[in-house]
Design a protein around this ligand. Sequence first.
Ligand code: NDP
Length: 494
Amino acid sequence: MSSDPAPQVIDDRLVSLSPADGSQVAVFDVAGPEEVAAAVKVARETQAWWWEQGIAGRRRYLLKVRSLVAERMPELLDLMRAETGKTPSDARTEVATALEHLNWAPKHARRVLGPRRVRTSLVLIDHSAHLEYRPYGVVGVIGPWNYPVLTPMGSIVYALAAGNTVVFKPSEYTPAVGQWLADAVTEVVGRPVLQAVQGFGATGAALCAADVDKLAFTGSTATAKKVYAACAEAMTPVVLECGGKDALIIDRDADVAAAADFALWGGLFNAGQTCIGIERVYVHTEVADRFLARLVERAGALRVGAEPDSQVGPITMPRQLDVIAAHLADAAERGATFALGGTDSVRPPYVHPTIIVDAPEDSRAVREETFGPVLVVNRVASADEALTRANALPYGLGGAVFARADGMRIARGMRSGMTTVNSALAFAGMPRLPFGGVGESGFGRIHGDDGLREFAYAKSIARRRLRQLFPLLSFDRAEKHNRLIDRLMRVRHR
Ligand code: NDP
């Protein structure tokens, strides 16, 4: 079933190919453990200089990077399209969202990470308390191919703003996009605060073992577990942004037309190759027929192809076509029906929009990441039944709710790191909202205040500024001091 355009090795070099037509996009040397270690060494030497620039200096540089990316956006969009097959609209949405983060993180680094005084405690009133956030040093970033700009930049920009330097291993499917980003940063900063190391999984594994001070991984749950285990060896802290199987719950009082429109976009945007993409829909039986009618009508009208006005592009990773086909076949065998498409929807390198209805909850299309333009729509008797089903998987990344009266309650009941109400995927474009999952979707956060703190450690300083009022921190404490402490504690805490 798979068509050819997977990255190739020719003369030991990595060759990236267009998934749409198999043409060659770029060629890179593969970095082995020695090259990766050398890049980490350079990053470590550069980090001292980067830290010396101060929060204000880093802000100036990173905002210039933002302006450069905005100015050269057409060039970047072309490269993204060539390596992933994304439609122009999908690529544009991704870069626009990444630019919001490039703009936000440097501007908020001082507020979130800068030195501040905090209140001391009653018994240590003779001390002042100081809190600041220090960079880890060198951060390794490993990224996926499906959002080759937004996902790595969600770690890179926040790590750089916090004062770290970064060594970045892009996916083997999108090395040229990764290189473009590193080159843009180097052009502005003039020093290698961000370097790309190219290669396959082994290069990522080498980065985990290369004495980095923190590792930010975005990719599948299966690889995340390998990364986590490799990093445990040196107790390297990790942030893991992994896969999901996000659910959309539609309650009986929902705006059904809007729910269908957002379900379609949330599920089929980027040809369904989205970690936070809607893959399962649980719709109240009272509105299910109306919802399905509109969903099928809209999905059936989407343009599939590689033309500039296409709405669903090719599947980037050829072997995913086999996974999608297997999910469709399994659903058919298990008694699900198809409201649109069917087992013949996979036509390499494309998958045509497909709506599966009433798939068993233990079928592959309900339990595993399909990562294609496929939605499963299952009917439920109540929003609470939908929540039970939505929460039944080990994943917990994002999700969505369409409801009028009960939207916030249902959203809070969803076991996931992020949920939208009466919308889809919106949290990813809001720099103030932390991004990340629970369970097998990973841990740690990028974006927002938490995303800045993810790439820094808290440094607490307690400074004695007065003579000790009573010798709490001393062996000279007398019985009268103990009595005073007892009295104080009774007054304060009883
Ligand atoms: P993979 O897990 O296959 O790869 C992710 C990255 O890890 C790639 O750069 C890959 O290199 C590298 N890698 C592979 N093996 C190792 C190893 N042993 N040690 C270190 N690094 C390694 O994921 P995909 O690239 O296929 O991305 C799709 C997945 O990413 C989906 O599951 C999706 O849900 C998830 N994702 C999660 C997001 C989130 O924010 N939670 C956002 C976007 C995607 P190479 O490509 O060369 O094999």
